[in-house]
Design a protein around this ligand. Sequence first.
Ligand code: NAP
Ligand code: GCO
Length: 259
Amino acid sequence: MANFSLKGKTALVTGASYGIGFAIATALHEAGATIVFNDIKPDLVDAGIAAYREKGVRAHGYVCDVTDENAVNHLIRVIEQEVGVVDILVNNAGIIKRIPMVEMSAAEFRQVIDVDLNAPFIVAKAVIPGMIKKGGGKIINICSMMSELGRETVSAYAAAKGGLKMLTRNIASEYGEYNIQCNGIGPGYIATPQTAPLRAEGHPFNAFIMSKTPAARWGTPEDLSGPAVFLASEASDFVNGHILYVDGGILAYLGKAPK
Ligand code: NAP
Ligand code: GCO
């Protein structure tokens, strides 16, 4: 039987005070990992530590902006001193700006690229040396439907998440020989604060997503737990450069035909 245990492993999940990152970190803990997370705001880190404690998780929380390379390098050094070498990295932190492209400023575009693409590069670059020394590691990049599809108002996000898919494949290509597996998880439409505007009462997007999702429901952060444990464990040691879409079937479906 494949080994799904993460006992003895240290997992860093970025931007994991709540939302998808929080659910993934909780699942990695339940599989045996020691959890480390970061967020930008000290109060969110404190709230996250309390929320993890309520779930029985003694998480190590740190304040760090993942777009700041010096801060990330310092964070990794502190984690290695205080907790241990990072065995599993989940690049989860992310933002979205929903603005029609011709109305979006270059600064707004750059901000999304910075968090959703540059930061996963920065954090992966910071943990890979420790993984190589330790004989291997797991990197999981949180991609998106927008790694494959576009839609109105999300040009920067789609560009970032499309790039993140290829960064995932390139890390897999460049570091596979060091027993580092780098894969992606591509969530469908998940009920978190990031999508709350789309789920607001009466917003037409709800009906639209239901018509595009065979599962006919919004995903929950917990829907990502099993896929994350799989990609973080030895069970996926020969899976590399793969984007695992957890989307209820959206990418397979043309959409419900009008009756
Ligand atoms: P969310 O609820 O908006 O949470 C994002 C987290 O990232 C927050 O904790 C946020 O902290 C943190 N973060 C943002 N910028 C950061 C930075 N510069 N440094 C450190 N932390 C930062 O989002 P979510 O829905 O859980 O999404 C998590 C990931 O899944 C994102 O990469 C998102 O693109 C991706 N995703 C989401 C969906 C979905 O439907 N929800 C689907 C596919 C992919 P603050 O609160 O302090 O900003
Ligand atoms: C949007 C949504 C999506 C989801 C997710 C889908 O505005 O279309 O926010 O981008 O967040 O990325 O996989």
